[in-house]
Design a protein around this ligand. Structure first.
Ligand code: CAA
Length: 259
Protein backbone atom coordinates (compact mmCIF):
# COMPACT_ATOMS: atom_id res chain seq x y z
CA UNK A 1 0.00 0.00 0.00
CA UNK A 2 1.42 3.44 -0.86
CA UNK A 3 1.84 5.84 2.04
CA UNK A 4 -0.10 9.11 2.11
CA UNK A 5 0.99 10.66 5.37
CA UNK A 6 4.60 9.60 5.58
CA UNK A 7 7.45 8.99 3.17
CA UNK A 8 9.62 5.92 3.58
CA UNK A 9 12.95 6.25 1.81
CA UNK A 10 16.32 4.60 2.13
CA UNK A 11 19.80 5.98 1.62
CA UNK A 12 22.78 3.71 2.09
CA UNK A 13 22.05 1.77 5.29
CA UNK A 14 19.53 4.28 6.62
CA UNK A 15 15.75 4.26 6.39
CA UNK A 16 14.01 7.62 6.70
CA UNK A 17 10.46 7.89 7.97
CA UNK A 18 9.41 11.42 7.09
CA UNK A 19 6.08 12.69 8.39
CA UNK A 20 4.53 14.28 5.36
CA UNK A 21 1.81 16.67 6.47
CA UNK A 22 3.66 20.00 6.36
CA UNK A 23 0.40 21.90 5.85
CA UNK A 24 -0.61 20.71 9.35
CA UNK A 25 2.92 21.16 10.75
CA UNK A 26 3.27 17.36 10.54
CA UNK A 27 0.59 16.75 13.15
CA UNK A 28 0.23 13.07 13.89
CA UNK A 29 -3.22 11.84 12.96
CA UNK A 30 -4.24 8.20 13.33
CA UNK A 31 -3.47 7.47 9.68
CA UNK A 32 0.09 8.77 10.08
CA UNK A 33 0.68 6.59 13.13
CA UNK A 34 -0.73 3.52 11.35
CA UNK A 35 1.59 4.16 8.41
CA UNK A 36 4.54 4.57 10.76
CA UNK A 37 3.86 1.16 12.27
CA UNK A 38 3.56 -0.35 8.81
CA UNK A 39 6.84 1.31 7.76
CA UNK A 40 8.62 0.01 10.85
CA UNK A 41 7.40 -3.49 10.04
CA UNK A 42 8.72 -3.24 6.48
CA UNK A 43 12.09 -1.83 7.57
CA UNK A 44 12.50 -4.55 10.19
CA UNK A 45 12.56 -7.04 7.30
CA UNK A 46 15.21 -5.12 5.38
CA UNK A 47 18.51 -6.57 6.51
CA UNK A 48 20.50 -3.96 4.61
CA UNK A 49 18.97 -1.19 6.74
CA UNK A 50 20.96 -0.60 9.90
CA UNK A 51 19.16 2.36 11.49
CA UNK A 52 16.00 4.43 11.19
CA UNK A 53 15.76 8.22 11.09
CA UNK A 54 12.51 10.00 11.90
CA UNK A 55 11.96 13.51 10.60
CA UNK A 56 9.31 15.90 9.36
CA UNK A 57 8.70 17.28 5.89
CA UNK A 58 9.45 20.94 5.34
CA UNK A 59 11.52 23.43 7.25
CA UNK A 60 9.15 24.38 10.03
CA UNK A 61 8.19 21.31 11.93
CA UNK A 62 9.37 17.87 13.00
CA UNK A 63 5.89 17.08 14.31
CA UNK A 64 3.42 19.39 16.07
CA UNK A 65 1.88 16.63 18.16
CA UNK A 66 -1.32 14.67 17.99
CA UNK A 67 -3.80 15.95 15.44
CA UNK A 68 -5.92 18.32 17.49
CA UNK A 69 -8.80 18.11 14.99
CA UNK A 70 -9.00 14.35 15.62
CA UNK A 71 -8.59 14.91 19.36
CA UNK A 72 -11.95 16.70 19.44
CA UNK A 73 -13.61 13.35 18.66
CA UNK A 74 -11.74 11.29 21.26
CA UNK A 75 -13.31 9.70 24.31
CA UNK A 76 -11.92 7.97 27.40
CA UNK A 77 -11.99 4.67 25.54
CA UNK A 78 -9.72 6.09 22.83
CA UNK A 79 -7.17 7.11 25.47
CA UNK A 80 -7.22 3.53 26.74
CA UNK A 81 -6.75 2.03 23.26
CA UNK A 82 -3.85 -0.43 23.55
CA UNK A 83 -2.84 0.33 19.93
CA UNK A 84 -2.65 4.11 20.47
CA UNK A 85 0.24 6.54 20.27
CA UNK A 86 1.81 5.20 23.44
CA UNK A 87 1.96 1.74 21.85
CA UNK A 88 3.55 3.11 18.68
CA UNK A 89 6.25 4.89 20.68
CA UNK A 90 6.92 1.83 22.82
CA UNK A 91 7.43 -0.04 19.55
CA UNK A 92 9.94 2.61 18.47
CA UNK A 93 11.79 2.57 21.80
CA UNK A 94 12.15 -1.20 21.68
CA UNK A 95 12.77 -1.30 17.92
CA UNK A 96 15.36 -3.81 16.80
CA UNK A 97 17.46 -1.19 14.98
CA UNK A 98 18.79 2.06 16.42
CA UNK A 99 16.61 5.12 15.87
CA UNK A 100 17.50 8.79 15.49
CA UNK A 101 15.14 11.76 15.64
CA UNK A 102 16.27 14.44 13.19
CA UNK A 103 14.43 17.40 14.72
CA UNK A 104 14.07 20.01 12.00
CA UNK A 105 11.69 22.45 13.72
CA UNK A 106 8.80 22.19 16.16
CA UNK A 107 8.70 18.97 18.19
CA UNK A 108 5.64 19.49 20.33
CA UNK A 109 3.35 17.21 22.29
CA UNK A 110 3.24 13.83 20.53
CA UNK A 111 6.06 15.11 18.27
CA UNK A 112 8.36 15.67 21.23
CA UNK A 113 7.22 12.32 22.61
CA UNK A 114 8.13 10.66 19.31
CA UNK A 115 11.61 12.19 19.50
CA UNK A 116 11.98 11.02 23.10
CA UNK A 117 11.13 7.45 22.10
CA UNK A 118 14.09 7.45 19.70
CA UNK A 119 17.55 6.42 20.88
CA UNK A 120 19.25 9.66 19.82
CA UNK A 121 17.96 13.16 19.15
CA UNK A 122 19.81 15.63 16.93
CA UNK A 123 18.14 19.02 16.51
CA UNK A 124 18.57 21.97 14.22
CA UNK A 125 19.32 25.23 15.99
CA UNK A 126 15.86 26.50 15.09
CA UNK A 127 14.07 23.56 16.73
CA UNK A 128 11.63 24.12 19.54
CA UNK A 129 10.60 21.33 21.86
CA UNK A 130 7.80 21.18 24.36
CA UNK A 131 4.80 19.43 25.80
CA UNK A 132 1.98 21.99 25.52
CA UNK A 133 -0.86 19.51 26.12
CA UNK A 134 -2.07 21.26 29.28
CA UNK A 135 -3.12 24.19 27.05
CA UNK A 136 -5.76 21.79 25.73
CA UNK A 137 -6.55 20.56 29.24
CA UNK A 138 -5.09 17.15 28.61
CA UNK A 139 -1.71 15.76 29.64
CA UNK A 140 1.12 14.33 27.54
CA UNK A 141 -0.23 10.86 26.87
CA UNK A 142 2.32 9.17 24.65
CA UNK A 143 5.05 8.67 27.22
CA UNK A 144 5.80 12.36 27.80
CA UNK A 145 5.27 12.43 31.56
CA UNK A 146 7.61 9.47 31.93
CA UNK A 147 10.30 9.91 29.27
CA UNK A 148 10.77 13.65 29.77
CA UNK A 149 11.30 13.20 33.51
CA UNK A 150 13.85 10.47 32.85
CA UNK A 151 15.71 12.58 30.29
CA UNK A 152 15.79 16.01 31.92
CA UNK A 153 14.95 15.25 35.56
CA UNK A 154 11.68 15.62 37.43
CA UNK A 155 12.00 19.33 38.21
CA UNK A 156 12.57 20.50 34.66
CA UNK A 157 9.99 18.04 33.32
CA UNK A 158 7.35 19.37 35.70
CA UNK A 159 8.20 22.95 34.75
CA UNK A 160 7.91 22.17 31.04
CA UNK A 161 4.72 20.16 31.36
CA UNK A 162 2.90 22.44 33.80
CA UNK A 163 3.78 25.67 31.99
CA UNK A 164 3.71 24.22 28.45
CA UNK A 165 6.78 26.37 27.78
CA UNK A 166 8.87 25.47 24.73
CA UNK A 167 12.60 24.86 25.01
CA UNK A 168 14.88 26.11 22.30
CA UNK A 169 17.54 23.81 20.87
CA UNK A 170 20.38 25.24 22.97
CA UNK A 171 18.46 24.74 26.20
CA UNK A 172 17.48 21.25 25.06
CA UNK A 173 21.17 20.39 24.68
CA UNK A 174 21.92 21.88 28.09
CA UNK A 175 19.26 19.70 29.74
CA UNK A 176 20.11 16.56 27.78
CA UNK A 177 16.82 16.48 25.89
CA UNK A 178 18.77 16.44 22.61
CA UNK A 179 22.38 15.39 22.08
CA UNK A 180 23.36 18.34 19.95
CA UNK A 181 22.04 21.26 17.95
CA UNK A 182 23.45 22.03 14.50
CA UNK A 183 22.68 24.63 11.84
CA UNK A 184 19.62 23.62 9.76
CA UNK A 185 21.75 23.20 6.64
CA UNK A 186 24.07 20.78 8.48
CA UNK A 187 21.38 18.69 10.14
CA UNK A 188 21.02 15.90 7.59
CA UNK A 189 24.78 15.45 7.19
CA UNK A 190 25.31 15.39 10.94
CA UNK A 191 22.60 12.75 11.39
CA UNK A 192 24.23 10.63 8.68
CA UNK A 193 27.54 10.98 10.49
CA UNK A 194 26.07 9.90 13.82
CA UNK A 195 24.31 6.98 12.16
CA UNK A 196 27.38 5.82 10.32
CA UNK A 197 29.40 5.91 13.54
CA UNK A 198 26.83 3.62 15.15
CA UNK A 199 26.77 1.40 12.07
CA UNK A 200 30.54 0.92 12.25
CA UNK A 201 30.08 -1.03 15.51
CA UNK A 202 29.15 -4.67 15.89
CA UNK A 203 25.38 -4.87 15.22
CA UNK A 204 24.80 -7.39 18.01
CA UNK A 205 26.59 -5.14 20.50
CA UNK A 206 24.49 -2.16 19.33
CA UNK A 207 21.33 -4.18 19.81
CA UNK A 208 22.25 -5.40 23.28
CA UNK A 209 23.59 -2.02 24.43
CA UNK A 210 20.31 -0.42 23.40
CA UNK A 211 18.29 -3.09 25.17
CA UNK A 212 20.39 -2.92 28.34
CA UNK A 213 20.04 0.86 28.61
CA UNK A 214 16.31 1.03 27.82
CA UNK A 215 15.28 -1.97 29.90
CA UNK A 216 17.85 -1.34 32.61
CA UNK A 217 16.54 2.15 33.32
CA UNK A 218 13.05 0.69 33.80
CA UNK A 219 14.11 -1.73 36.48
CA UNK A 220 16.08 -1.77 39.74
CA UNK A 221 19.89 -1.54 39.65
CA UNK A 222 20.45 -5.19 40.53
CA UNK A 223 18.21 -6.46 37.73
CA UNK A 224 19.73 -3.94 35.34
CA UNK A 225 23.23 -5.12 36.19
CA UNK A 226 22.19 -8.73 35.63
CA UNK A 227 20.72 -7.76 32.26
CA UNK A 228 24.03 -6.12 31.40
CA UNK A 229 25.97 -9.20 32.51
CA UNK A 230 23.80 -11.56 30.46
CA UNK A 231 24.09 -9.32 27.39
CA UNK A 232 27.84 -9.29 27.81
CA UNK A 233 27.87 -13.09 28.11
CA UNK A 234 26.14 -13.32 24.73
CA UNK A 235 28.67 -10.91 23.23
CA UNK A 236 31.68 -12.69 24.73
CA UNK A 237 30.63 -15.79 22.81
CA UNK A 238 30.05 -13.94 19.54
CA UNK A 239 32.15 -14.00 16.37
CA UNK A 240 32.04 -10.20 16.31
CA UNK A 241 33.78 -9.97 19.69
CA UNK A 242 36.57 -12.18 18.34
CA UNK A 243 36.77 -10.01 15.24
CA UNK A 244 36.66 -6.71 17.20
CA UNK A 245 39.39 -7.68 19.65
CA UNK A 246 41.56 -9.33 16.97
CA UNK A 247 41.24 -6.33 14.66
CA UNK A 248 42.39 -4.04 17.47
CA UNK A 249 45.44 -6.21 18.14
CA UNK A 250 46.26 -6.46 14.42
CA UNK A 251 45.75 -2.68 14.00
CA UNK A 252 43.17 -3.07 11.26
CA UNK A 253 39.52 -2.15 10.77
CA UNK A 254 37.09 -4.75 12.10
CA UNK A 255 34.58 -6.35 9.74
CA UNK A 256 31.52 -7.35 11.74
CA UNK A 257 28.95 -9.95 10.72
CA UNK A 258 26.30 -9.40 13.38
CA UNK A 259 26.71 -12.77 15.01
N1 CAA B 1 -3.05 19.27 15.05
C1 CAA B 1 -3.75 19.63 13.97
N2 CAA B 1 -3.43 20.67 13.20
C2 CAA B 1 -2.35 21.36 13.52
C3 CAA B 1 -1.56 21.05 14.64
C4 CAA B 1 -1.95 19.94 15.42
N3 CAA B 1 -1.24 19.52 16.49
N4 CAA B 1 -0.54 21.94 14.73
C5 CAA B 1 -0.69 22.78 13.69
N5 CAA B 1 -1.78 22.44 12.96
C6 CAA B 1 -2.31 23.10 11.78
C7 CAA B 1 -3.04 24.38 12.14
O1 CAA B 1 -4.36 24.11 12.55
C8 CAA B 1 -2.95 25.13 10.84
O2 CAA B 1 -3.94 24.63 9.97
P1 CAA B 1 -4.82 25.62 9.04
O3 CAA B 1 -3.80 26.21 8.08
O4 CAA B 1 -5.80 24.70 8.39
O5 CAA B 1 -5.41 26.64 9.95
C9 CAA B 1 -1.60 24.72 10.27
O6 CAA B 1 -1.25 23.52 10.96
C10 CAA B 1 -0.51 25.73 10.55
O7 CAA B 1 -0.52 26.01 11.94
P2 CAA B 1 -0.17 27.43 12.52
O8 CAA B 1 -0.80 28.50 11.67
O9 CAA B 1 -0.53 27.43 13.96
O10 CAA B 1 1.41 27.45 12.30
P3 CAA B 1 2.52 28.27 13.07
O11 CAA B 1 3.78 28.07 12.31
O12 CAA B 1 2.08 29.65 13.37
O13 CAA B 1 2.66 27.53 14.51
C11 CAA B 1 2.85 25.59 15.93
C12 CAA B 1 3.16 26.23 14.56
C13 CAA B 1 3.62 26.34 17.04
C14 CAA B 1 3.33 24.16 15.84
C15 CAA B 1 1.35 25.68 16.23
O14 CAA B 1 0.62 25.23 15.09
C16 CAA B 1 0.89 24.89 17.41
O15 CAA B 1 1.02 25.36 18.54
N6 CAA B 1 0.34 23.66 17.18
C17 CAA B 1 -0.23 22.83 18.23
C18 CAA B 1 0.85 22.20 19.08
C19 CAA B 1 0.22 21.36 20.17
O16 CAA B 1 -0.55 21.82 20.97
N7 CAA B 1 0.59 20.06 20.23
C20 CAA B 1 0.08 19.15 21.20
C21 CAA B 1 -1.05 18.35 20.60
S1 CAA B 1 -1.82 17.30 21.78
C22 CAA B 1 -0.83 15.93 21.89
O17 CAA B 1 0.18 15.80 21.24
C23 CAA B 1 -1.33 14.90 22.86
C24 CAA B 1 -0.39 13.81 23.17
O18 CAA B 1 0.24 13.75 24.20
C25 CAA B 1 -0.23 12.71 22.26
Amino acid sequence: MPFENIELTTKDQLAYITINRPEARNALNKETLDEMVEALGRVAEQEEVGAVVFTGKGEKSFAAGADIKQLTEKSALDALNPQGMQYVYDRIESYEKPTIAMINGYALGGGCELAMACDIRVASTNAKLGLPELNLSIIPGAGGTQRLARLVGKGKALEMILTGKMMDAQEAVQFGLVSEAVAPEDLAARVEEVASTILSKGPLAVKLAKLSVHMGTETDMKTGLMLEKLSQAILFNSDDKNEGTQAFIEKRKAVFQGK
